[in-house]
Design a protein around this ligand. Structure first.
Ligand SMILES: NC(=O)c1ccc[n+]([C@@H]2O[C@H](COP(=O)([O-])OP(=O)(O)OC[C@H]3O[C@@H](n4cnc5c(N)ncnc54)[C@H](OP(=O)(O)O)[C@@H]3O)[C@@H](O)[C@H]2O)c1
Length: 416
C-alpha cells in the first residue's frame, strides 16, 4: 500500500460519470469526513467542481477536493496515484482507458479496484502486470461491481461455510441470477460493445471468450469445466428450468481465477455455472427458451460490426446517462449460489445469497465498489496474496461480505 502520508484515502476516478457519481455519493454520505478523505477525480475541472459542490451539500464535508487528470496522459495518472492510498475507478471502457492507470497504481504502490467486465482487458492486465503487482505488493482488484462480486464472493462464502460445517468444499456450484430489476447506462453498453469489438479483431480476446479458464494463470488455462450453459436446461439441483445468463462468460471465469489464485482450495475438479432460473413445467421451459433466444439475438447483433455500430449510434443511451432515479429506486436483485459436495458421511447441499433492495448495476454496484475500496484501504482482506491482478474473492474475500451487510445488503450462507 502507498505511504500512510498520502493526501487522500480514496480517489473516485471517473466521479463525473454515471456510476462514478454514485460511488462518490455513497462514500461521502456514508462516511464522516473525519473518518475518510475522498477526492473526486476526472478530466473535466468544471464538471468536477460542480459535482463537489453538490455532494458537499449532501454530506458533512466542508469541501470535497478534486483531482484533475486524463486517462490519455500517463503523467497525470502517476501524479494522482501518488496522492492516494486507493483508487476506485469507473473510467471505462477499460480496454480504451484503463491500462495506464493500472500501471500508475503499481508504480505508486496504490491499491486499486474497478468495475470492469471486459475480460479481454483483464486477461491483458494479468499477462502484463500480475508479476509486477505481486512484486510491488499492490492489489489490483478487477470486477468489483454487479459483475462479479455477488457471484464470486457468493461462491467464496458458500465454500467457506461448506468447509466449516462439512470439512470439505463443494465440487460443483450453480449460480442463479434469481431476481433482478434495474437499468443500464450508456457507459456499460459502450464497454460491452468494446468487448465484441476486441473479439472481432484480437485473437487473444477471442481465446479469452472461448476458453473457460482464460483468466487463470499462464500454464493453468485448462480444466474440466466446459464453459457457459448455452441452451435452456432442466436444473440438476432444483426441479426448475434455467436459461443462459448474459453475465456467465465474465463471472464464471472470474470465479475460476479466484480458485486458481487461492491455490485451488475448491479442488482442480471444481465446476461452476451461472444461469437464470425460471420455473417448473412447460411454462418454465418456454420462459427459459425465450430468454435464450433473446440472448442469442442480442449476441448475434453485437457480433455484427454494422449492427454494433448502429446500436451504439442510434439505440444505446449516451455515455454519462443511465437509468432514472425512480428506476434505480425500484431496483432490487438476488444472486443465489447452491453447491454440492460429498463427505464420507454422504452428499451435502449448501447455499449462499447476496442481494439488496437496490438497482444491481448502479445503486448496488456503487456500494460494492466503494466498500471494496474501503476493505483495501483498511487492510480488511482475507487473502494469501499481498499483490497481483486479483478478483474480489481472492484479493479481498469474506470481509467484503461483512461490509456489504453493514451497508444494507443481505449476505447469507447456510444449508440448502
Ligand atoms: N461491473 C458492473 O456491474 C458495472 C456496473 C456499472 C458500470 N460498469 C462499468 O463502469 C464503467 C463506467 O460506466 P458509466 O455508466 O459510469 O460510464 P460513463 O457515465 O460514460 O462515465 C465514464 C467516466 O469516464 C470519464 N472519462 C472518459 N474519458 C476519460 C479520459 N480520457 N480521462 C479521464 N476520464 C475519462 C468520463 O468523464 P466525463 O464526465 O468528463 O465525460 C466519466 O466520468 C463502464 O466501463 C461500465 O461498463 C460496470
Amino acid at each position: 500500500m502507498s505511504s500512510t502520508t498520502s493526501k487522500y484515502d480514496i480517489v473516485v476516478w471517473g466521479a463525473t460519470g454515471f456510476a462514478g457519481r454514485l460511488v462518490a455519493e455513497h462514500l461521502t454520505s456514508h462516511y464522516p469526513a473525519a473518518e475518510l478523505s475522498v477526492a473526486l477525480g476526472g478530466r473535466n475541472k468544471s464538471k468536477l467542481r460542480r459535482l463537489a459542490a453538490e455532494l458537499t451539500g449532501e454530506s458533512d464535508q466542508a469541501e470535497i477536493p478534486i483531482v484533475v487528470g486524463d486517462a490519455t496522459d500517463p503523467a497525470s495518472l502517476r501524479e494522482m496515484a501518488a496522492q492516494t492510498e486507493v483508487v476506485c475507478t469507473t473510467v471505462g471502457p477499460y480496454t480504451t482507458y484503463g491500462t495506464a492507470l493500472v500501471e500508475a497504481c503499481i508504480e505508486a504502490g496504490t491499491e486499486y479496484c474497478d468495475l470492469t467486465g471486459e475480460i479481454n482487458w483483464v486477461r491483458e492486465m494479468i499477462d502484463r502486470y500480475h508479476d509486477e503487482a505481486m512484486a510491488a505488493d499492490v492489489k489490483i482488484v478487477h470486477s468489483c461491481g454487479f459483475d462479479s462480486i455477488p457471484a464470486d464472493l457468493g461462491v467464496k462464502l458458500l465454500q467457506s461455510y461448506a468447509v466449516e460445517e462439512f470439512g470439505d468444499p463443494c465440487e460443483f456450484v450453480q449460480i442463479y441470477l434469481e431476481d433482478g430489476e434495474g437499468g443500464v447506462s450508456g457507459g456499460t453498453l459502450a464497454s460491452a460493445a468494446e468487448l465484441f469489438e476486441a473479439a472481432a479483431t484480437d485473437p487473444i480476446a477471442r481465446e479469452t471468450l472461448s476458453n473457460p479458464y482464460s483468466l487463470a494463470p499462464p500454464g493453468e488455462r485448462h480444466g474440466v469445466d466446459t464453459g457457459e450453459q448455452r441452451r435452456p436446461q432442466r436444473d440438476s439441483i432444483r426441479s426448475i428450468w434455467t436459461a443462459p445468463s448474459p453475465m456467465a462468460a465474465v463471472n464464471e471465469r472470474v470465479i475460476r481465477r479466484s480458485n486458481a489464485l487461492l491455490a485451488y482450495p475448491w479442488g482442480r475438479e471444481f465446476r461452476c455455472t451461472e444461469v437464470i432460473p425460471t420455473s417448473a413445467g412447460i411454462s418454465g421451459a418456454a420462459a427459459a427458451g425465450g430468454i435464450a433466444l433473446g440472448l442469442g439475438v442480442g449476441t448475434a447483433a453485437m457480433k455484427s460490426r454494422l449492427l454494433r455500430r448502429g446500436l451504439r449510434r442510434f439505440v444505446f443511451p449516451e455515455p454519462g446517462t443511465g437509468p432514472s432515479k425512480a428506476e434505480m429506486e425500484s431496483g432490487h436483485f438476488s444472486v443465489r449460489v447452491i453447491g454440492r459436495g460429498t463427505t464420507t458421511d454422504g452428499p451435502f447441499t449448501v447455499t449462499s445469497e447476496i442481494g439488496a433492495e437496490l438497482d444491481p448495476g448502479y445503486g448496488a454496484t456503487a456500494r460494492m465498489l466503494g466498500e471494496a475500496g474501503m476493505c483495501l484501504l483498511r487492510g480488511e482482506t482475507e487473502s494469501p496474496l499481498d499483490g497481483g491482478i486479483l478478483t474480489p474473492a481472492s484479493g479481498i474475500g469474506d470481509p467484503l461480505g461483512d461490509r456489504l451487510r453493514d451497508v444494507g445488503f443481505a449476505v447469507t450462507a447456510g444449508e440448502w
